[in-house]
Design a protein around this ligand. Structure first.
Ligand code: SAH
Length: 469
């Protein structure tokens, strides 16, 4: 059909690749066509709903040939819930496209020489691998078309995930396959109890209703933490908390919080202990970590161990080395490498995370890891380096937007022998490595799959100071 129309149909479009953000792509008339909810290898009829200068956005109308890379999604919520966009793709293929995502970013954005990528480290568990889930209560759950057409009265309360672009609606989750069976049981029991007893669910538009959020976490040591977030103090609070306490004795930390702010963020809210202990214990190799309710801990713990082991192996730390761990979070990488080094200097801008890191250093009798609170671009100065020692190795694990140019400039100025760059975004990682390329050679690249069923990929890259300099 003619391209003059805004909406038009492309027939027999071959889906050739899985692009960034998990959206698949095909080619039509020399243009890239982005299509969701399909799999590379599918041949489809697609309806274009948006035309841009260099690409089209389309939705699948009919799948004419099903790709051999397809898998049957386990989840009844697949396609509506945006959480696991790749559940319809076999795990082998997911891994291949993640590996390719790293390669493509390094070759297209980076434009520097790099060695062959090591095969991505796959996750043993491809479902139920998350140790933390955050659910939202809403008095206006998302309704399917069938439900909307059905004129009977519904209970509109839901407990689940926000749908993208709909801040006041949640998809009511019956079973989330990234969560454990026990986690699903606890969530569903709390929802049923709340509905049966008339506890009100929050309305994010007019800020009314009692129940706001539910966070369920567990650790490899068997600890189980449940935090219920209420909008205000109410007689129903202890009724619900007692119900949870009596019915789920496996919970080792039962907690609640009152959040009367407009946003859901828990970082500035006081979390109260209702029963059990105020933290969970996590373990990696011989290290123990105390994890308090607001503290960050990697959500796929067994893959995080592989990630850290890779980072440590790349760092080749010797006993006389001074190691810097930039963007340390709760200090897990710093503590993980401390026993191999003379000392570790770690920086993070969330003060409570640094408090956790210090406590965990004490817990593990590590006294050569020193933690500093500050914005990397501001704290990482000549004076800071003079005071703390010149690094032999820098390990850096920045957030998705990568490192600030001033941080990169400082690294280039002080020229550590080795840099280990851990990243959850290979695009910004490639951009940053390109800036360091004149002085540093990429020597090893190891992608790690932390998040099966999603397009997210973690990547570790070793950079070494060029010999000629
Ligand atoms: N290495 C840690 C966490 C990495 S996530 C781990 O493996 O657990 C990135 C961390 O960078 C977060 O803890 C975030 O709070 C911190 N961060 C983000 N921007 C920062 C900045 N400008 N200065 C210092 N820390 C920052």
């Amino acid at each position: 059909m003619g391209k003059s129309k805004k909406h038009f149909i492309i027939e027999d479009l071959l889906i050739s690749d899985a692009g960034s953000e998990g959206i698949c792509v095909g080619k039509y008339d020399g243009q890239v066509v982005f299509v969701s909810n399909v799999v590379p290898g599918d041949i489809i009829n697609a309806e274009v709903y948006k035309k841009k200068h260099s690409y089209y956005m389309a939705r699948p109308l009919e799948i004419k040939v099903y790709s051999p890379q397809r898998a049957t999604p386990l989840c009844e919520h697949f396609g509506v819930c945006g959480g696991c966009k790749w559940q319809n793709m076999q795990y082998d293929s997911q891994l291949r496209y993640k590996q390719k995502q790293v390669f493509d970013n390094f070759s297209r954005i980076g434009k520097f020489d790099f060695p062959a990528l090591s095969p991505i480290l796959s996750s043993e568990n491809i479902y139920a691998y998350r140790n933390k889930m955050e659910y939202t209560f809403s008095d206006k759950r998302w309704l399917s078309i069938e439900e909307m057409e059905n004129k009977e009265l519904f209970n509109l309360n839901g407990l689940g995930f926000h749908l993208s672009g709909m801040y006041d609606k949640v998809l009511d989750i019956h079973y989330c396959h990234l969560h454990t069976r026990m986690g699903n049981e606890i969530r569903n029991a709390i929802k049923s109890f709340a509905i049966q007893n008339g506890l009100s669910f929050y309305n994010a538009r007019n800020h009314e209703g009692l129940l706001r959020n539910l966070i369920i976490r567990h650790s490899v040591c068997g600890d189980l933490m449940v935090i219920v977030v209420f909008a205000y103090k109410d007689k129903y609070l202890s009724m619900l908390m007692d119900y949870i306490k009596v019915n789920f004795p496996q919970i080792t930390s039962l907690m609640y919080a009152i959040n009367d702010k407009l946003n859901d963020s828990l970082s500035d809210v006081c979390v109260q202990l209702y029963a059990g202990k105020a933290y969970m214990i996590e373990q990696m190799e011989e290290l123990l970590f105390k994890v308090s309710p607001q503290a960050f801990y990697q959500t796929n713990a067994s893959q995080a161990l592989k990630l850290y082991q890779t980072a440590r192996a790349f760092a080749k730390i010797e006993p006389h080395h001074i190691v810097y761990d930039l963007y340390t979070g709760t200090g897990t990488i710093a503590l993980f490498v401390a026993r191999h080094a003379q000392k570790v200097i770690a920086v993070e801008y969330v003060a409570s995370a640094v408090e956790n890191a210090k406590e965990n250093a004490r817990l593990n009798h590590i006294d050569n890891a020193h933690f500093f609170v500050g914005d990397m671009a501001k704290i990482f100065t000549d004076e800071f380096i003079q005071q703390n020692g010149h690094p032999h190795v820098i390990i850096t694990d920045p957030p998705r937007n990568g490192m600030h140019p001033e941080v990169i400039a400082q690294i280039l100025k002080i020229k550590p022998h080795r840099i280990v760059y851990v990243s959850c975004n290979p695009a910004t990682q490639a951009r940053d490595i390109a800036l360091m390329n004149p002085l540093y050679q990429a020597k090893a690249i190891q992608p790690v799959d932390m998040f099966p069923q999603t397009h997210h990929v973690e990547n570790v890259c070793l950079l070494e100071l060029r010999a000629t300099l």
